[in-house]
Design a protein around this ligand. Structure first.
Ligand code: HEM
Length: 626
């Protein structure tokens, strides 16, 4: 099974320099109403078409299990799928997520007429389980031209940083353990003084160049690009047969899902929402918890508290959950604006225009705010204006594992040990909390910032996270080889993280073991392959006893490089180059990118000619007075 469905999968690969004119100016087709595009991808039998009808009627009431997208995103017209293959992939995916197999397994396993060696077509599967249809739409129409794909490699010729032996595994476990080299050792006894008193986190310095919200914007961007749900920690796996469940594009598929038809459960079907605005919900009891008594909102949840959103990871902590909500509310505000000013009446057209405007303003923030702050303004400009050197998105736009497993995980070191989530009703009643505290007793409203919970105080005041010019913004942490202590004990309760006690709870250990999974080359080897002089072994003296000072895992190398060469304020040359190359390649290859659709475009939702996260949050209506 190739599992590969490239951008131009139904045509010849296209040379960027020979693109027809309509490539640049073609208006983007709305995801919601592109059923005919889907039908072109999947040859629907009469039975399946009938099943589709049934499924669309049921879809609002029955949110689809997300796991089936593991299967569906790999499906392509005429492709035959081995049941054995599917089961193996799906089982490992569920194992990773700590869940019981449901839906697809029960369909296949309970079908006595299917035996493991049998192959069957997509149509066969759809006939057996109509509910797969929604997932197929989701995976194929969230970005109609860019399909989900597997991962890839930037440096396929370079060997793994180390053999996958018990000794190497144990060195990585040692390096990433709680209380180990990477643990900042924060004094977590008081989440408030952890912010105001630097002596409580001496190994975990603030980054004066970025505010605390950049961390969560970075995490949100990752969740738009990559989602490996199937590889197993520490077990070697070929990236090119490992599915990335997100489209490799900054298209917000993590928010839009499959659009109003593909993911109807995400949208508000009341007369006010007309099926094209996102469903959001009030937080009962939040008014008295909020400064000046402002009603607060949450992403929608089912009866178990699980968020009904395009990517479950966007409910992994309170801040990213509220950021997801902000993007949904931003879309809703743009829908309202277009409805009242454009003269358009067709909901499909209004949705399409709103989605495009949201994507363009989001991409503007990425190229004008996030990337310059993360890799530097000069590298950003150079990369965006020239062809990426190492990431050839024209040839293969799938996400390289050097990016997803190592370089782009730099953000884990930016996370603060605690935050001021909101200002509370009165001075002195602010909600300060640790990012995670796995020692807390079970509760519907833990005193930390884990996600997956709704309670009156669980909302964010953004003035702490982005600079609104009122003196309330707080910095994030430096990009360095020290991570906040809460990340070494990720909560294992059922929730968006989906970790079990049997797995490493240390995020650092997980990152490092994932290097063995994808046989990631060392930082030194990659620096050399880029024509750079690698950091000397002396820069890694602290990991010499672990045998990692000359063949250093890329993630650790990139953190150390940022610390040594950029004082932790931004990424260094290897990390910066990988991140900028992949960002630039993805954007240049993306037909939704504003520069590909309208090179002269500048933000239209402000009068300043630019657009920042502060503008987005303001326009989303999520910034309450504090
Ligand atoms: C509180 C904040 C965060 C938490 C708790 C968190 C947690 C996690 C966890 C549990 C994983 C899966 C680890 C594994 O099993 O391999 C992961 C993966 C990842 N994280 Fe984070 N993360 C956070 C913030 C960030 C930030 C700020 C960034 C980047 C700026 C980032 C980038 C990534 C990437 C690229 C992956 C791999 C995703 C994939 O391909 O599936 N994360 N994170």
């Amino acid at each position: 099974m190739s599992g590969k469905s490239s951008y131009f999968s139904r045509g010849e690969p296209m040379d960027k320099k020979k693109q027809p004119d309509n490539y640049r100016h073609q208006p983007r087709r709305t995801t919601a109403y592109a059923l005919e595009a889907l039908e072109a991808r999947i040859l629907l039998s009469a039975d399946v078409a009938a099943a589709v009808q049934i499924n669309q009627e049921q879809a609002v009431a029955t949110p689809q299990p997300t796991a089936v997208t593991v299967l569906s995103a790999q499906a392509d017209a005429q492709q035959t799928l081995s049941v054995a293959d599917l089961l193996v992939r799906e089982a490992s995916s569920f194992a990773t997520m700590g869940q019981q197999p449901t839906s697809m397994s029960s369909v296949v396993m309970s079908s006595t007429d299917i035996i493991p060696q049998q192959t069957l077509t997509v149509s066969d599967l759809l006939t057996r389980d109509p509910s797969l249809f929604n997932s197929l739409i989701q995976s194929s129409s969230a970005s109609p031209s860019i399909a989900a794909s597997d991962f890839s490699r930037l440096f396929p010729h370079l060997p793994s940083f180390a053999p996958n032996t018990a000794a190497v595994q144990s060195a990585l476990m040692e390096l990433g353990k709680r209380g180990g080299i990477l643990d900042a050792g924060d004094d977590v006894s008081n989440p408030r003084t952890l912010i105001t008193d630097p002596s409580k986190s001496l190994n975990n310095p603030d980054n004066p160049a970025m505010t605390a919200g950049m961390t969560f914007l970075g995490q949100f961007l990752d969740h738009d690009l990559t989602f490996d749900r199937s590889s197993i920690l520490g077990q070697a796996q070929d990236p090119t047969t490992t599915l990335n469940s997100r489209t490799p594009a900054f298209d917000l598929d993590s928010v839009y899902g499959g659009g109003p038809i593909g993911s109807p459960q995400l949208y508000d079907h009341s007369s006010a929402g007309r099926g094209i605005k996102f469903l959001i919900e009030e937080i009962p009891g939040s008014v008295p918890e909020s400064r000046e008594g402002v009603q607060r909102y949450d992403v929608p949840r089912d009866s178990t508290g699980q968020a009904i959103i395009g990517d479950p990871r966007n409910d992994e902590n309170l801040v990213i959950s509220q950021l997801h909500l902000a993007f949904e509310k931003f879309h809703n505000a743009v829908v309202d604006q277009i409805s009242t000013t454009s003269g358009l009446v067709d909901p499909a057209e209004i949705f399409s225009q709103a989605q495009r405007l949201v994507q363009w303003h989001y991409q503007w923030i990425i190229t004008h705010e996030f990337l310059p702050k993360t890799v530097g303004a000069e590298l950003t400009t150079n990369e965006l204006l020239s062809d990426p050197i190492f990431f050839d998105a024209q040839k293969d736009a799938s996400i390289p594992v050097e990016f997803s497993t190592a370089a782009y995980r730099f953000g884990h070191s930016q996370v603060r040990p605690s935050y001021r989530a909101n200002f509370g009703p009165e001075p002195g009643e602010e909600f300060f909390a640790l990012i995670f505290d796995d020692s807390l007793s079970p509760s519907q409203d833990h005193a930390d910032l884990r996600g997956g919970e709704r309670a009156p105080r669980r909302f964010v005041d953004w003035q702490t996270f982005f600079d609104f010019g009122d003196g309330n913004a707080r910095p994030n942490k430096k990009i360095d080889t020290h991570l906040s202590s809460g990340l070494f004990d990720l909560p294992t309760v059922p929730g968006p993280l989906n970790l079990t006690d049997a797995e490493p709870q240390s995020l650092a250990q997980r990152n490092l073991l994932r290097h063995l999974t994808f046989e990631i080359p060392s930082g030194q080897a990659i620096a050399q392959a880029m024509g750079l002089i690698p950091l000397p072994a002396t820069a890694f003296a602290d990991v010499k006893s672990l045998g990692l000072d000359t063949q250093t895992p890329l993630w650790f190398y990139i953190l150390r490089e940022a610390e040594v060469l950029q004082q932790g304020q931004q990424l260094g040359p290897v990390g910066g180059k990988i991140v900028a190359d992949v960002f630039a390649g993805l954007l240049q290859h993306d037909p939704t990118y504003y520069l590909n659709q309208n090179p002269a475009w500048t933000p239209t939702l402000t009068n300043s000619g630019t657009f920042t996260m502060v503008d987005l949050l303001d326009q989303a209506g999520v910034v309450a007075p504090v």
